[in-house]
Design a protein around this ligand. Structure first.
Ligand code: ATP
Length: 236
């Protein structure tokens, strides 16, 4: 479904953030990228969603080269990102945040209402708080809203950047369970996580990034049993 081939990303000040990075995601999979702070995980997602441009390399999605498309066209093609830190619209209600997720198809009122219902089924807590301002939600609820908002664009491929960040252990479990549920209903998932243990427990395959390069990859089970991974990411 997604083929990222040899991308190089640079930032100002001569930072070479991604170095010939290649990854693939097959339809129906949950693939996870794990790695330390600054390894290039967010840069990889931002590059796929068109927020950051690669200087070289290519990104193909369902056989179309999306490397040079603007972000809104990438969303329209079916790739939707849940950004690190949630970035919900704090001064708007929960429901308006969800409606904005469907911005590119706002004329399809029936479809939008059906999908809002589906998001509320997935996250009953959001329905209870549908008129509450998003900025007053708890961290976990904001994460649910950020995921729900992304689902409102009917993604084929969902990019999740650190969904467990800052959440209490019980909520982390809940968020991961919901990611599995979203995947089981047909959405392919590319998941960036610092919580390698949880990410590997739900993923089909994994890539380990270090300073902008893929250094290890394999099925999630294989990666979880590699000594280097156990030492560096799974607490020995
Ligand atoms: P974290 O887990 O801390 O979010 P990450 O693996 O997602 O880290 P990135 O955020 O992709 O890593 O950062 C990769 C490298 O690129 C880091 O050295 C970072 O400082 C640098 N970088 C990221 N964004 C920018 C930017 N907008 N301008 C300059 N440098 C950046």
């Amino acid at each position: 479904m997604l083929k990222v081939q040899g991308i190089n990303v640079y930032y100002g000040g001569g930072i070479h953030a991604l170095k010939d990075l290649s990854i693939e995601v097959n339809q129906g999979e949950i693939v996870t990228l794990i790695g330390a702070n600054g390894a290039g995980k967010s840069s990889t997602l931002n590059c796929i969603s068109g927020l950051v441009r690669a200087r070289s390399g290519s990104i193909c999605f369902q056989d179309t080269d999306v490397s040079n498309l603007p972000p809104h066209k990438i969303v329209a093609a079916g790739i939707v990102q849940v950004p690190e830190g949630r970035r919900v619209f704090a001064n708007l209600s929960v429901e308006t945040n969800l409606q904005l997720g469907a911005y590119l198809r706002y004329k399809d009122r029936d479809g939008v209402n059906r999908d809002i219902k589906r998001v509320y089924e997935l996250f009953p807590r959001l329905e209870e708080r549908r008129h509450q301002l998003a900025g007053t939600l708890s961290g976990g609820e904001q994460q649910m809203l950020a995921i729900g908002r992304a689902l409102m664009s009917s993604p084929t491929l969902l990019l999740l950047d650190e969904p467990s960040m800052g959440l209490a252990p019980l909520l982390v479990k809940e968020i991961f369970r919901i990611i599995q549920e979203i995947n089981a209903s047909g959405t392919t998932v590319l998941l960036v996580e610092q919580n390698a243990r949880m990410a590997l427990s739900i993923a089909d395959r994994a890539y380990v990034l270090e300073t902008g390069r893929v250094v290890l990859s394999g099925t999630a089970r294989e990666v979880a049993t590699m000594d280097e991974v156990k030492q560096a990411y799974l607490g020995g």
